[in-house]
Every structure is written in C-alpha cells, then in structure tokens.
Design a protein around this ligand. Structure first.
Ligand code: B12
Ligand code: SF4
Length: 345
C-alpha cells in the first residue's frame, strides 16, 4: 500500500488533517486534575466522571496500539452562533467520517483488529492528542491551532488495536513534528506575543496565557444554567450559542474556510424559540449541537441577546416570556432585558 492511496482515503473521508500517535502516558494529566479540583464550574461537573480513564486508553479499547487523531475545519458561522454550530451536530459528522475511514482501512486490509471512535464526550484529552499527533500547538486562546487550518477545527480520534507503525509517515497528513513545549499555551504562537485573542475576549476570560472558564462565554452560553451576571449578559452582545472571538482574532490561517454552513436552527425566529415549550424546543433542536444541552439555556440566551440590541421591537415578546415562561432564570433574563430596552434615554 503506497502513501498516495492512504492520502486518497483520508481525503475521501473529508478529513482535513490527520496524525498518528502511540498510546503512551498522557503528558498533561496533572493539568487536567488541577482543573477539575480547583476550577470546575457547576456546568462541567460531568468532567469528573471518567477522570481516571484519561490516564490510558485501556478502559476505552483494551490493548490500544495506535491512535489516529483527525481535525475537521469548520465553516464560517452565522452571526451570533459559534462556528461549531454551522455543521449540524459535529459529533455525528465526525463520527460518520471516522467510521468511513475505519471501513476503508479495513477494506484495504490495512487494519484487522478492534477500533473505537472518540469525539468530544469520551474521557480523553483531545487537545493533547492533537498536539502529539502533530496537528498543531496550544495557543494563547487555549485552543489547538493548526498552521494551515487555524483554530476553527474540531477533533476526533480512531483508536486501534492494530500497530500502524509500518505506515507511520503515510498517516501524517498535513502535520508538523511534535514538540512537547507546544502543549504550553502560547509558547508556539506565531503572533509575536501580540495576544489578540486575549485583547478581544469580552469577559477577560483569557489573561497572560491563563484561561478562566467561569468567565468564558463559550461556557456560560452553552453549559451554565441559571441567570448570568449583568456584565456577562452584556458582554454576550449577539452571542446566541458559544463564542469564537478569541479564535476569530487569531491571525493564523484566518481565511481558511470549507463547505457551506448547514444550520436551519439559526433561522428560527425569536418568537418561535421564546414561546416554545421545553418539549417542542427539544424537538426543534434535534440534530443540532444544542440537542444535548438544557433546552432553556437557548431561551435565556435569546432574551439576553434581544436586550443587548437596544431596540423595542421585541418588548412585547420579552413581556410574554417574563410572565409565562415556567423557568425562573429565563423569566429573570427577560426582565433584565426589558429593563435594558425600556430604560429612559
Ligand atoms: C470541557 C470542554 C469545554 C469547556 C471548557 C473549556 C476548557 N478550556 O477546558 C467549554 C464548554 C468552556 C468549552 C469551550 C470550547 N470548546 Co471545548 N471541550 C471541552 C472538552 C469536552 C474537555 C476539555 C478539557 O478536558 N478541559 C480541561 C482543561 C484542563 O483542558 P484543555 O483546555 O483541553 O487543556 C489541555 C491542553 O490545552 C493543555 N494545557 C492547558 N493548560 C496548560 C498549561 C500547561 C503548563 C501545559 C503544559 C499544558 C496545558 O493540557 C490540558 C489537558 O490536556 C473537550 C473534548 C475533550 N474530550 O477533550 C472539548 C474541546 C476541547 N472543545 C473544543 C471546542 C471547539 C470548543 C470551543 C471553540 C467551542 C465554542 N466556540 O464555543 C470553545 C473554546 C473555548 C476556549 N477558549 O477554550 C474542541 C477543541 C478545538 C480546538 N481547536 O482546540 C474540543 C477538543 C472538542 C472536539 N472534539 O473538537 N469546551
Ligand atoms: S470563547 Fe469568547 S469568552 Fe471564551 S475565552 Fe474565547 S473570546 Fe473569551
């Protein structure tokens, strides 16, 4: 099997970069443990589950011999939505593409053993795996930045009991040599320490290469239930779901873009989102990246965003939500936004 054939397979599977690594001991497990012991906010308590599994791949796939780590470039997103929302539920898309990869490798008799696919929710340290596979470095914005794709990527892994050593170089597709220092946030950034990501973070969640999850809008707008501090609600601007500002201001591969977006839920009107029952919302958001989240978070976010618009078009809708939504913190968000838009000039 020649490298060209392997590269054809990788391209056919719509993988933008792929790297191979050995299942050696994780290098940043201490960083992860310090995070869950000291900084874990309520909405991320699920990270405690499986904390020990991150030590090795044994619990996920006994006798793992090779790990293929893949990066997928995201399309540009619709205003107010993070880029990962622009392709439906990326977990399903990444899983489907890695399944195709697995089937193609098996068909070509390159693999024979057991496999397991991981995307986001599996207890693995995906950013470390990405760096070790040669996909890039951890930037000041704490994201994995690929030299050609930038930070606007999602990751997925194919664990294998086959040893892919004989084909090692062929499985390095758009990679760079691994340097352990690339795991230290900001140490390999190409912007001469300008830290545009930090300067453009609206909540100061990034400071001197340190990341404060409690202030990050990517956390507050997707995982955190309850009311938001006023300063955070204001900093949201038009942020409906997630935040990409530290990523969009990163100068590396700023213009890398792929396929067009697929996000029908971005077209839902504020009326439709804000008057829906929790059950209807769950139905409307099926197949979207929001399907696993608390359905009321989207309603709360819409309330804050409407309040930040400084116009009274939606005042009646916000009044309706303040009086009728069964969730206290959605009501509170609607009241705050009403105060904002009805305040005397
Ligand atoms: C929990 C989680 C979140 C949380 C917490 C974020 C965080 N920084 O931890 C929230 C909900 C806020 C979040 C937000 C986002 N996330 Co997220 N998230 C995860 C998840 C499930 C676990 C991450 C984790 O273990 N966090 C704990 C901390 C300690 O780990 P970490 O930031 O990953 O840091 C590692 C390295 O950077 C390094 N490191 C960090 N600090 C230091 C310091 C030193 C000295 C050293 C040596 C190393 C080091 O070691 C750490 C442990 O391996 C992963 C999937 C996975 N299974 O890994 C996706 C994942 C990391 N997220 C991803 C994405 C796309 C995002 C968002 C861009 C989404 C969005 N637009 O809203 C934002 C980015 C926000 C940001 N600036 O980081 C992608 C990563 C893409 C990328 N280019 O890096 C992942 C891999 C999901 C995926 N499969 O694609 N996320
Ligand atoms: S995702 Fe947004 S809020 Fe979070 S660190 Fe980046 S710019 Fe700041």
């Amino acid at each position: 099997m020649d490298a060209d054939r392997i590269h054809d397979i990788i391209e056919q599977c719509e993988i933008d970069a792929l790297g191979l690594l050995r299942p050696d001991a994780m290098l940043t497990l201490d960083i992860y443990h310090a995070f869950i012991e000291n900084d874990l906010p309520t909405g991320l308590q699920y990270l405690i589950r499986g904390a020990e599994h991150r030590r090795s791949f044994e619990a996920l796939l006994p006798n793992t011999q090779s790990v293929l780590c893949a990066a997928f470039l995201l399309p540009p997103a619709f205003e107010g939505w993070a880029r990962f929302c622009a392709i439906g539920d990326y977990h399903e898309i990444v899983r489907a593409r890695l399944t195709r990869l697995e089937q193609s490798l098996r068909k070509e008799k390159l693999i024979h053993g057991h496999t397991r696919i991981c995307v986001d929710s599996a207890p693995v340290l995906e950013r470390e795996l990405g760096v070790r596979a040669g996909l890039g470095w951890i930037s000041s914005n704490h994201q994995l930045v690929h030299p050609m794709l930038g930070a606007g990527i999602v990751l997925g892994e194919l664990l294998l009991t086959d040893n892919l050593d004989p084909y090692a170089s062929a499985f390095q597709w758009h990679t760079i040599p691994f340097d352990p220092r690339a795991l230290i946030p900001g140490s390999h950034c190409l912007c001469h320490n300008q830290r545009l990501c930090e300067q453009n973070c609206p909540t100061h969640a990034l400071e001197h290469h340190t990341y404060h999850v409690n202030r990050c809008l990517a956390y507050l707008t997707t995982q955190h239930t309850g009311v938001l501090e006023d300063e955070h609600a204001l900093a949201m601007g038009n942020c409906v779901w997630g935040c990409d500002r530290c990523q969009t201001h990163c100068p590396v591969a700023k213009y890398a873009q792929t396929t067009e977006m697929n996000m029908p839920y971005a077209m839902l009107s504020p009326e439709c989102v804000l008057t829906a029952s929790a059950k209807k919302l769950t139905r409307l958001l099926a197949g979207s990246p929001m399907q696993a989240a608390h359905p009321r978070i989207l309603q709360r976010n819409y309330c804050y965003v409407l309040g930040n618009q400084n116009d009274t078009t939606y005042a009646d809708l916000l009044k309706y939500v303040a009086q009728n939504n069964p969730c206290e913190w959605v009501q509170a968000a609607a009241c705050r936004s009403l105060r904002m838009i009805l305040k005397p000039l």
